[in-house]
Design a protein around this ligand. Sequence first.
Ligand code: HSE
Length: 345
Amino acid sequence: MEQKIALIGFGTVGQGLAEILKNKKAELFEIYGYSYTIVAISDMKFGTVFDPDGLDMEKVMSEIQSTGQFSSNRMDWDAVETIRFCNADVICELAFTNLKDGEPALTHCTTAFQSRKHIVTSNKGPAALAYHQMKSLADKHNVLFMIEGTVMSGTPVLNLASGPLAGCQISAVKGILNGTTNYILTQMESGMSYESALQQAQELGYAEADPTGDVEGYDARAKVTILANVVMGVPCRIDEVDCKGITQITAKDIESAKAQGARWKLIGSVEMVDGKLSASVHPEMVSLTHPLAGIMGAVNAVTFTTDLLGDVTIVGAGAGKIETGFSILNDLLAIHKLSLPEDLS
Ligand code: HSE
């Protein structure tokens, strides 16, 4: 059955997803029997478009490239009305992350669940601030809250913990969880200024709409909170995570670490200490021989400490247009697989 998708937010991630869906349309059908139509897009900048039979995405893209606005199939719905009234099965919530009160993404998610539509999102707001409420509401309405892209973009972290690591007890999760800051620290080590490195990270689509969230450690703190709640299964509020970013690291600090055979990394960690959860984000000077020292650029890495396997580390993309677009695709495919009759899946 064709999956009907609506995109709420059509910035870097939404356009990355649209590109992947277009380029892989035939392959996705051939290998997974997956077919889709994008029936609606609502974006603060471009407006809202809707066609219950599927939008002509070539036309949509050419319109925003030439006029900066959607024009054909335009509706006067806002995002909430789009979620409520469109005929999508799945809402991809791809609006900006707000870690203060989670809005407007929280309202987008609750509206979708109340309208019996699945949510797939890489937005850290709802997952970090209200994971348990969102999950319960989705369960109540018999739909899914899919959030793989909230931690390390498309690199499987949450799915790794719930799938291949099922049966292991995970007592700690630690790693480099923010692409922008790792990119900045890497570039500063090659002599680039902090400002230029941050600008590049923005241009490459790694940074948040407000990059303060990255450099002050708030983005990594949100991911640590998600890991605590989702992977460790321990309730944790975002304000319970100690947090310090990289803004106070100077070129001199970087040089001094180099001279000591070390390098700075922004480390996020969550672990059980004497039966209590301890969670933090802060810069650490790690020895060049430490496995995390070799993780450069926008690449991230996370180590799970388990009872049955010891340490298991996954290294991969932490941010980016296509990398995060892929996380959304992966969740869309998971929903498709769940909707197949068992003998076809
Ligand atoms: N701004 C985030 C980062 C995007 O740099 O890691 C991915 O969550």
